[in-house]
Design a protein around this ligand. Structure first.
Ligand code: INI
Length: 166
């Protein structure tokens, strides 16, 4: 008989960190709203959500790592918006942000969720921030809950205690 692990849909009793970029705040405010609404709808207490603002998406990984290393959070949701039309260094900002966030998860064992919109223009970004194509922030929050729940079930690495998060 095989055994299957699958994350649940409730975040009850767990703490979540959100790191959100101020750059393109018009978009990221909508992502933040989507993320917090989704967490609360999935039974996370508002008092169990902590939010850190950073200047831009490039700075997200550092703050996310600090949150993850605190050991207080079941997952860190990272929110930002990098828009190609606005920058010649789109590829650097978007690439380093994505790489940095995945490194946070790999280094700490705490899920760090990529809720960063990378769009060609403002219209695309608006679509993904709650208009025509869902809300990337809400999707990231649901992914955070699922991963937190899954990790709580998966076996710990041999010789290592499982990460103790609330
Ligand atoms: N930061 C973003 O989050 N989105 C962008 O579209 C963006 N653009 O266009 O440049 C951006 N730049 C700022 C960057 O993230 C850093 O804050 C800055 O380079 C200081 O390190």
């Amino acid at each position: 008989m095989s055994r299957t692990y699958e994350g649940g849909r409730s975040g009850k009793g767990k703490k979540f960190a959100i790191v959100v970029s101020r750059f393109n705040e018009f978009i990221t405010n909508r992502l933040l709203e989507g993320a917090t609404d989704a967490l609360v709808r999935q039974e996370v207490a508002e008092s169990d959500i902590e939010i850190a603002w950073v200047p831009g998406s490039f700075e997200i990984p550092l703050a996310a790592r600090r949150m993850a290393e605190s050991g207080r959070f079941a997952a860190v949701v990272c929110l930002g918006a990098v828009i190609r039309g606005q920058t010649t260094h789109f590829d650097y900002v978007a690439g380093e942000c994505a790489r940095g966030i995945s490194q946070v998860a790999a280094a700490t064992g705490i899920p760090a969720i990529f809720g960063v919109i990378t769009a060609d223009n403002l219209e695309q970004a608006i679509d993904r921030a709650g208009a025509r194509q869902g809300n990337r922030g809400a999707e990231a929050a649901l992914a955070a809950i699922e991963m937190a729940s899954l990790l709580a079930q998966l076996p710990a690495a041999e010789g290592r205690a499982p990460a103790r998060t609330p």
